[in-house]
Design a binder for this molecule. Structure first.
Ligand code: B12
Length: 481
């Protein structure tokens, strides 16, 4: 059987145009979920599997159509976030137009959140909830036998009467049993990131799930994503070594919260050091799960940057979003991270529930006070499957269940919701533009950064980014409109 896994084009992404300083240098990341699935299919079946990532080629739909025309494929799997649903849906319909007999299967975060809505989309034959490395293989082995369908975890399908059925799923417990994502299936030279200095980079995930309860995030409300599970240090570093053989030197750890478990972080660092591996890597985490010992070891093992979700500038708002730490903690940890010599990025949101002008000013002030190497502000949007989205609906701040409506009929022109309690969308934009200019064009910031510039090409890249901030217009930042 011939199986094709597709990461759809990126023409209708709901959010994603970050501030130009970030967007310009964001580069592309391999679609890890699909590479995991492909590895598992290759290992456990005799099927022929290919992965097609439309994003680095910036393919239009007619280019995608030309590429696929005349091909005979039995099963097409498409990955979908809510934010990429329009393109996933367009891709599904394109496949059905070109190959009416091919079975089209959708999986990914969106399907997990909206199983029934996904099954009602034209062109979709099946859906998968949750982590599908083993269940998708099981499905491919038994695809044509209806009686088996109720035994495949996470499968969404229609029964003989057209009724939508969905099977329970369980989080995968032993992550070491999962084959490494098969990066050989893509041309890895198309993937490089903000961090890389012309070298190849990849995303990598060493744990799954997050046990914290932030009310703006969808992780806490699902039994899979709220359960923190992790791979052994040996398993993680084995994957790193496999990547090094492909020429990859930069690693972006996209764990939900990398430092939940101190012991495992130390073990990963020790394992990297004991194998004498020279790599550059960065992580994403919280300020209340690191300490000096950990940061020092991270530095020694090649970790060059930590991205911290700070989110807000005072303790009242941090409580509203259930972040679970204080501003003091953030100050202490940014200082510590700087002292150890690791770069920092601070993520913030504005337009949070109950936030007033003074609160937003506190966030802007804190962003400067923390002295991060980069500050990243976005307008808060209540994402589907989060506590704050339900609260917004309950309070009438969000007028109707627009995520559900969008999932039933994903149309271009959809505006993602903003918490317009005290400010309009436009006012929040203006604030961010003003902040970016004042943050990135501060003489003290420019001076501090210029000491770190190591080459002429780096200088040119940074100077261009600086100029793009100077000329930033409000329609150039987040496309929440
Ligand atoms: C890395 C990452 C990114 C990277 C790379 C994205 C990529 N193309 O890989 C970057 C930085 C570019 C990014 C951007 C964005 N991201 Co992001 N990202 C992640 C992150 C941290 C990890 C993704 C990952 O690799 N997971 C590991 C793999 C193994 O899991 P997986 O992809 O879910 O795949 C498994 C299952 O879902 C399933 N599956 C997936 N696809 C398919 C397909 C089939 C056919 C089947 C059967 C099964 C299946 O099986 C896979 C294996 O178990 C997730 C959070 C998370 N932990 O997943 C957020 C996450 C996916 N991102 C999110 C968001 C919101 C965004 C942005 C919109 C943010 C923004 N403001 O711009 C953009 C969208 C840009 C885009 N078009 O990709 C949300 C999506 C929420 C939602 N409802 O859709 C998440 C869940 C974070 C969150 N908690 O809010 N992101």
């Amino acid at each position: 059987m011939k199986i094709l896994l597709i990461n759809p084009p990126r023409w209708n992404e709901l959010v994603g145009k970050n501030p130009s300083i970030i967007e310009k240098h964001r580069g592309f990341n391999p679609p890890l979920g699909l590479l995991y699935l492909a590895a598992s299919i290759k290992k456990n079946t005799n099927h022929d599997v290919e992965v097609l990532d439309s994003q680095p080629f910036k393919w239009t739909y007619s280019q995608l159509e030309n590429h696929l025309k005349g091909k005979a494929i039995d099963v097409v799997g498409i990955t979908a976030m809510t934010f990429t649903l329009i393109d996933a849906y367009k891709t599904a319909r394109l496949i059905k137009k070109l190959m009416p007999d091919t079975q089209v299967i959708l999986g990914g975060t969106h399907v997990h959140l909206f199983p029934s809505e996904t099954m009602n989309l034209e062109g979709v034959d099946y859906g998968f909830m949750g982590e599908a490395e083993f269940s998708f293989v099981k499905f491919l082995k038994n695809k044509n036998h209806l009686p088996y369908k109720d035994k495949i975890p996470g499968l969404i399908y229609k029964d003989n009467d057209g009724k939508i059925m969905r099977n329970d799923f369980v989080p995968l417990e032993n992550l070491d049993e999962i084959s490494f994502p098969d990066r050989n299936l893509l041309n890895i030279k198309y993937y490089n990131s903000l961090m890389s200095k012309g070298t190849l980079s990849t995303t990598i995930v060493s744990s799954r799930g997050c046990p914290f309860r932030c009310s703006f995030c969808d992780r806490p409300l699902s039994p899979i994503t709220s359960r923190f599970r992790y791979r052994s240090a040996k398993n993680v570093v084995d994957e790193i070594c496999e990547c090094i053989e492909l020429g990859i030197k930069d690693f972006l750890f996209y764990d939900d919260t990398f430092t939940v478990n101190k012991k495992r972080v130390l073990e990963i660092c020790e394992e990297i050091l004991s194998r004498n591996i020279e790599i550059r890597w960065d992580i994403r985490t919280r300020v209340d799960t690191v300490d000096e010992e950990m940061l020092e070891l991270l530095k020694r093992a090649g970790c060059v940057a930590v991205h911290y979700g700070v989110e807000a500038g005072n303790d009242e708002i941090l409580k509203v979003i259930k972040k679970g730490f204080t501003v003091e903690k953030a100050k202490e940890v940014f200082k510590l991270t700087r002292k150890v010599g690791i770069e920092t990025l601070a993520y913030f949101m504005i337009g949070l529930p109950s936030e007033k002008a003074e609160d937003i000013q506190d966030s802007f002030d804190l962003a400067k006070e923390l002295k991060p190497d980069y500050a990243h502000f976005t307008i808060f949007s209540p994402y589907p499957g989060t506590e704050l989205y339900s609260l917004g609906l309950e309070k009438g701040i969000i007028k109707k269940d627009i995520w559900k409506e969008f999932s039933e009929d994903p149309k271009e022109g959809f505006k993602i919701p903003v918490w317009e309690e005290n400010f309009t969308r436009d006012e929040l934009y203006e604030m961010i533009v003003k902040f970016y200019k004042s943050f990135y064009l501060r003489p003290s910031y420019i001076l501090r950064r210029s000491f770190r510039v190591k080459s002429k090409s780096e200088f040119i890249k940074k100077a261009r980014a600086g100029l793009s901030v100077l000329f930033m217009k409000k329609d150039k930042i987040d496309t929440l409109r």
